[in-house]
Ligand binder design. Structure first.
Ligand code: NDP
Ligand code: BG6
Length: 514
């Protein structure tokens, strides 16, 4: 062996293909690309978008003639803007050598244009500046990333499309969540956006779809013979989709309070996972084929029963002298707010594959750990020959497939195995694929994959309007019920496992949370 891990070489080739397999391979070399981040002074832009854009460039995936533009109301010079971005850029651990040079090259291609969000004039000024950097190419393609509060999505879409659409190439717009607060506001937002943008131009982002293990979910199901035959009510007892964070809403309380955990996480990230998990085999990997199957799952879901919903809110905790604030201690949260920071619910898909199988969704802030995972609990072995030899009850000894989305990405299958030795006792253990031991490579951030897909015109990992329509149809009655009845969330201490009610809910379906 020459010391190089062959899997690293395969990953490098696979990454190369991501670039040249795109529909517009020719455009990579010949067209100018301008990426505009609207709301460039904001949190998401700094934390995720600029680092992702740099990573795409760093990995050699950015078209040759690219430029990045920031747009927001704050006054900044290009240099101040570059300083702001530079602070958040990082290089891949494994390729540090030319990091400084690449950063400098990237920053030289970043520009800032201050302006008012609703002003066509200001977007025209931006467009004039873009034209200067685009003029040596025949065609110029433009991406607008709307990293701004949803209250101004429409006015920006209007002003930007009138003032700064590309005169020669395509113009695509990335829209961040939340897409409305309920069916009514979603319909309005959607109709308003369609006045300025076509469906083809719009990329509605759900960054969970850009996570490595989520993209792998369909590979696991459809490229392995051993899972798909088991993927139904016949063998699966329940499915859990779990999201937890070990920090509260500190700092984002203002935004959070008018949405709550159901809109913030369940309605989008977790529901998207369920639809990918449960969908039928799509006709092909084309975006429309996949989204056709996902939306069928959402339309097949039964209305959510309020008896199957538990909401919670975290309260302060003082443990071993370490004080943690409650949700209501956040200065940006209105006094006495009943906004849920935790929710667990059972959902059912009313089709022949999933009839009767509980899909248990759970999401919460300020819990014990930060994790996101899918747990698939299988039925127990009927007439198990070894039932007397198990050191667990039958349900606990049943197989379980765990897809660990983050952290410590991996997939494992819990199996029963004989304890080695002269005795005959079974041991519950794991067939374990841990990404960090199998693949030494750095996993790309979700935003890297998704922005690259926008540049490539690939909508597989973006949300179609009808998916959102179906998602809001499911969640609007629940949200109305909670808000109209002013339901009181069950309090749970910061850093705990969440409200006790969630355990009762699971127990009702014979489930113990994994
Ligand atoms: P910010 O609140 O940081 O807002 C972004 C920028 O918008 C600000 O820098 C500000 O720029 C401008 N702005 C803020 N409030 C207003 C207002 N009321 N009217 C006009 N302009 C305003 O948002 P984030 O960066 O946190 O989020 C951007 C988008 O991404 C939102 O839609 C959010 O829901 C979504 N998102 C954010 C995540 C995060 O982790 N932050 C995660 C997932 C989604 P200026 O004053 O300079 O014009
Ligand atoms: C965002 C939510 O969509 O996802 C946040 O608005 C949440 O509240 C975040 O913290 C979690 O994303 P990740 O990628 O850190 O798990």
């Amino acid at each position: 062996s020459n010391g190089a891990d062959p899997i690293d070489a395969q990953i490098a080739i696979s990454n190369q293909n991501a670039r040249i397999e795109g529909d517009n391979a020719e455009d990579w070399h010949h067209n100018a690309l301008s990426v505009v981040v609207v709301g460039a002074s904001g949190d998401l832009a700094k934390k995720k978008i600029f680092p992702a854009l740099f990573a795409i460039f760093y990995e050699g995936m950015m078209p040759k003639h690219f430029n990045i533009y920031g747009f927001a109301r704050s006054n900044m010079s290009d240099d101040e803007f570059r300083d702001l971005i530079a602070a958040s850029l990082t290089c891949r651990v494994d390729q540090k050598e030319d990091c400084g040079d690449k950063m400098e090259y990237f920053l030289d291609r970043c520009f800032y244009q201050p302006g008012q969000y609703g002003s066509e004039e200001d977007f025209k000024k931006l467009s004039d500046r873009m034209t200067e950097t685009e003029q040596h190419q025949n065609k110029a393609d433009r991406v607008f990333y709307l990293s701004i509060p949803p209250s101004i999505f429409t006015q920006v879409a209007g002003a930007a499309s009138k003032g700064a659409s590309s005169p020669s190439g395509w113009t695509r717009v990335i829209v961040e969540k939340p897409f409305g607060k309920d069916t009514e506001s979603f319909n309005k937002l959607s109709a308003d956006l369609y006045q300025h943008l076509s469906e083809e131009q719009m990329y509605r982002i759900d960054h969970y779809l850009g996570k490595e293990l989520i993209e792998n979910l369909t590979v696991l199901r459809f490229a392995n013979l051993v899972f798909e035959p088991l993927w139904s009510r016949q063998f699966i007892r329940n499915v859990q989709v779990i999201f937890s964070e070990n920090f509260g809403t500190e700092g984002r309380g203002g935004y959070f309070d008018s949405y709550g955990i159901i809109r913030d996480v369940l309605q989008n990230h977790l529901l998207q996972i369920v639809s990918l998990f449960a969908m039928e085999t799509p006709t092909s990997l084309a975006a429309e084929d996949i989204r056709d199957e996902k939306v069928k799952v959402l339309r097949n879901m039964l209305p959510i029963n309020m008896d199957d919903v538990v909401i919670g809110q975290y309260k302060g905790r003082n443990k071993h002298g370490v004080k943690k604030p409650g949700y209501l201690d956040d200065k940006t949260v209105p006094a006495g707010s009943r906004c849920p920071t935790f929710c667990a619910m059972a959902m059912f898909i009313n089709n022949s594959r999933w009839d009767g199988v509980p899909f248990l969704l759970k999401a919460g802030k300020a819990l014990k750990s930060r994790t996101a995972e899918i747990r698939v609990q299988f039925r127990h072995v009927p007439g198990n020959l070894y039932s007397a030899k198990l050191n667990q009850d039958l349900d606990r000894a049943a197989n379980e497939l765990v897809i660990k989305i983050q952290p410590d990405e991996g997939i494992y299958l819990k199996i029963n195995n004989k304890l080695p030795g002269l005795g005959l006792t079974l041991d519950q253990t794991k067939l374990d694929l841990s990404y960090s031991s199998r693949y030494k490579t750095h996993l790309p951030d979700a935003y890297e994959r998704l922005i690259l897909d926008v540049i490539n015109g690939d909508k597989r990992l973006f949300i179609r309007n009808d998916e959102l329509e179906a998602a809001w149809k499911l969640f609007t009655p629940v949200l109305q019920e909670i808000e109209n009845r002013e339901m009181k969330p069950e309090l749970y201490p910061y850093g705990s496992r969440g409200p006790v009610g969630a355990h009762y809910l699971a127990a009702k379906y014979g489930v113990r949370w994994g």
